[in-house]
Design a protein around this ligand. Structure first.
Ligand code: ZN
Length: 170
């Protein structure tokens, strides 16, 4: 299959702040999109990519923490335990790293690419990435967790990104 690369929307793009809609049915067009999202994530050495990041406000994201692509549609995090901090980056906010406090382990209920509703328990990096990507579906970004020091440190970078998106339509 041909590799299809999608344009990644960056900080300041209105798409990143919108709440995504639930997917009613996973059909051929959704599977095509999912494949393109996996290709796009890989081409940027990313470990996660959510649909709003490619300009589509639908509840879909892909994750790959080293053991192959994992597709998540209409997720609901039903349980969270523990907490710790991890420095996170985001393909939509290049060169910015923010320390984010998240649950250490989670249970997520989601629809897979075969339209099945399934449950998965995970911890560590996988749990962190799923929480990061679920935030994207709610219009939330790592900068929303920034400390005052981080806000000051990345102020210039963020305003540059924002300026580059001025006047662009979603
Ligand atoms: Zn992100």
């Amino acid at each position: 299959m041909d590799t299809i690369l999608l344009k990644i929307r960056t900080y300041g793009d209105p798409c990143l702040r919108k709440k995504s809609k639930a997917v009613k049915d996973v059909g051929p067009s959704e599977r095509f999109l999912i494949n393109a999202m996996v290709d796009t994530m890989r081409s940027h050495q990313g470990i996660g990519l959510a649909a709003p990041q490619i300009g589509l406000n639908e509840q879909i994201f892909v994750v790959d923490v080293g053991d192959g692509p994992f597709v998540v549609i209409n997720p609901q995090i039903t349980k969270k335990t523990g907490a710790d901090f991890m420095e996170e980056g985001c393909l939509s906010i290049p060169e910015v790293l923010i320390k984010v406090k998240r649950a250490e382990a989670i249970t997520v209920v989601y629809t897979n690419e075969n339209n099945r509703r399934v449950e998965r328990k995970c911890s560590g990096l996988m749990a962190k990435v799923i929480q990061h990507e679920t935030d994207h579906l709610n219009g939330k970004l790592i900068v929303d967790y920034a400390s005052l020091a981080e806000k000051i440190k990345f102020k210039k970078k963020l305003s540059e990104l924002q300026k580059s998106n001025k006047g662009s339509e979603s």
